[in-house]
Design a protein around this ligand. Structure first.
Ligand code: C2O
Length: 602
């Protein structure tokens, strides 16, 4: 992978560094903190004036903008091998990146559309670190809407305000402004992660990329010869903002309304991508080597079934936890999950199909034009040719579920402590009475989450402290002390849902059909899977266990972009007295003040 823009090592003061950026109307670069407030107002006024002009001139001005940026086009980040010269060490360092987030045209599947991207690359630049490193990413927002970047799976111990979750740990970064994320990678964390925009459904439009944490203490370190990225995603031809409006809009108003035909049915994607491409991506390998393939599902709706013809895959990592190797033909991977598999290039020299099959049986709406078999070519010991190889003959499962728990056995065994608290929540989709039953929203218990983009829950809690009463659209479970929580989720929807808990690695104790029945439902506390994203079966339950020892506001939500935007999110607020001690950077609170000043469009 091409490395991202990395500031020179003597440039420690990124926050006060002035950069000239690429394209963009609001290109104010990086602003010294002191001047930020005033410049935001100026930027805000400029943005407001431009918005009015744009509205007045309509399409004309729009075309003008496009012309201006036509020299910019999204570049596919097609190299997949990690740099073998990256030094894997337990000595920590600080690594700097600069992310310019912009709207740029691109055509990952041959269809040109505006994309939202980091540094004009898709997928976004690789972040590669060692455990214990400090990571500094200066995000410059050149979009016309606010944005945030979330570091999926990072524990953020003590730095919850760097979690990048709009409405929870920060306000959206205003257009033209920047936000410096600075945090330490947990010294005990390693494996395969990713980052993505965490404001509305923006990541669906392309703001995502891989984050790899190396460590000499990773149990599978040294058990492979090459290290490679395999990024899977589903892809839409329309901007997610428009699709979301249709998905959430009242039913039956116009023919293009998804809800109108099938209430609550998610827009099905138009294509699927491997490493940012629909066709033409290829893996040129060497014979007789062990490749670690890091599968990451950066999609919005789709579970993929990943396989390589004639090659058994040995699964060795799930969401950053090293596993006892288990051989499979196919790996099911739902949205936001990661698996590492070892593939050995020991078959006949030649080209083989790499398959990432979209599990469209789990969509509520079909897209007849969607080719669900996303293909790439893997070649070794020969020059690449069109593969003539056969898919495994095993039947595909009808339900979109995870690998069985018994196949996810952590190499470093750990039994969870006994729980001291049980939180039982239901998730469902319901018609909202306000709309006369035509609108469907998603609910955790009786709460449908809405992002509070002017007053994120972290600020509410850091000011008000322990007794905070949150709005009725924020379901927040507060723990004043370190507690071992059993979180039970009963799924009243027929579909399965990939849920992610921020800031924690949880134990996955059990799952089953129907509603969880204390004493009857089966759970196991013997070295259960540990991960950060799991699939809750349709009309089923899961029980996960975690420790509330990480102070902050942590989202627990369905990672299907449409569902989170429809409200399928709740929060855990741990250790409020420590939250009140947080050294929240002043630019975070200033950006919230800016939001509530009404100058920011989001
Ligand atoms: Cu991958 Cu709430 O995030």
């Amino acid at each position: 992978m091409p490395t991202s823009k990395e500031a020179s090592s003597n440039d420690h003061d990124v926050e006060t560094k002035v950069e000239s950026g690429g394209v963009g109307l609001n290109n104010t670069g990086v602003i010294p903190i002191k001047r930020r407030g005033r410049l935001f107002i100026i930027t805000g006024i400029v943005a407001a004036v431009v918005l009015v002009l744009a509205l007045a001139l309509g399409l004309g001005l729009g075309l003008g903008f496009k012309k201006k940026s036509s020299s910019n086009y999204v570049t596919t980040n097609s190299s997949f091998l990690l740099d073998p010269n990256f030094v894997i060490t337990s000595t920590s360092t600080t690594r700097y990146y600069e992310f310019i987030v912009s709207e740029t045209p691109g055509s990952p599947d041959g269809f040109e559309r505006p994309m939202l991207v980091v540094n004009n690359q898709f997928p976004g630049p690789l972040i590669e670190v060692n455990s214990g490193d400090e990571l500094v990413v200066n995000v410059i927002n050149q979009l016309s809407n606010g944005t945030t970047i979330h570091w999926h799976g990072q524990l953020q111990n003590g730095t919850n305000y760097m979690d990048g979750t709009s409405g929870i740990t920060q306000c959206p970064i205003p257009p033209g402004a920047n936000f410096t994320y600075r945090f330490t990678i947990n010294p005990n964390q390693y494996g395969t992660f990713w980052y993505h925009a965490h404001a509305s459904t923006q990541y669906t439009d392309g703001i995502y990329g891989p984050l790899v944490i190396h460590s000499p203490s990773e149990p599978i370190y040294g058990q492979y010869d090459r290290d490679a990225l395999v990024i899977l995603s589903d892809w839409y031809h329309d901007m997610s903002s428009g699709l979301l409006a249709q998905y959430l809009g009242p039913a039956g108003i116009d023919g293009s309304n998804y809800g109108g035909y099938n209430p609550g049915a998610e827009p099905p994607p138009d294509s699927g991508l491997i490493n940012g491409q629909m066709t033409g991506s290829s893996f040129d390998l060497e014979p007789n080597l062990r490749y670690r393939l890091r599968l990451i599902n950066m999609g919005t709706l789709t579970q993929f079934m990943f396989s390589v013809d004639s090659h058994v895959l040995s699964v060795v990592e799930a969401d950053g936890t090293s596993l006892e190797p288990v051989n499979v033909h196919r790996v099911p991977i739902h949205v936001a999950q990661r698996y590492s598999v070892i593939l050995t290039t020991n078959q006949t020299a030649g080209s083989y199909n790499v398959r990432s099959e979209m599990q469209s049986t789990c969509y509520k709406l079909a897209n007849p034009n969607l080719n669900t078999m996303v293909l790439s070519t893997m070649t070794y010991g020969a020059s690449p040719s069109t593969p003539n190889t056969q898919d495994w003959s095993d039947a595909l499962p009808a339900l979109c579920l995870d690998l069985n728990n018994t196949m996810i056995v952590p190499q470093i065994a750990m039994n969870p402590p006994n729980s001291s608290e049980t939180v039982q929540v239901s998730m469902s989709f319901q018609q909202t009475p306000q709309s006369g039953g035509t609108e469907i929203l998603a609910f955790m218990n009786n709460t449908s989450w809405e992002s509070d983009t002017t007053n994120p829950t972290i600020l509410q809690m850091s000011k008000a402290g322990i007794q905070t009463a949150f709005d009725s659209n924020q379901l927040v479970v507060v723990n004043n002390n370190v507690t071992v929580v059993d979180l039970i989720v009963d799924n009243y929807d027929d579909a399965s849902h990939p849920f992610h808990l921020h800031g924690h690695v949880f134990w996955m104790l059990g799952e089953g059909d129907g509603i969880y029945q204390p004493g009857l439902s089966q759970i196991s506390t013997i070295n259960p899977p540990r991960r950060d994203t799991l699939t809750i079966p349709g009309f089923g339950w899961v029980l996960i266990r975690f420790i509330t020892d990480n102070p902050g506001l942590w989202a627990f939500h369905c990672h299907i972009g449409w569902h989170m935007a429809a409200g399928l999110l709740m929060q855990f607020a741990s250790l409020p007295s420590e939250i009140q001690q947080f050294q929240i950077p002043s630019y975070l609170t200033e950006q919230c003040a800016q939001q509530s000043g009404g100058l920011i469009v989001n």
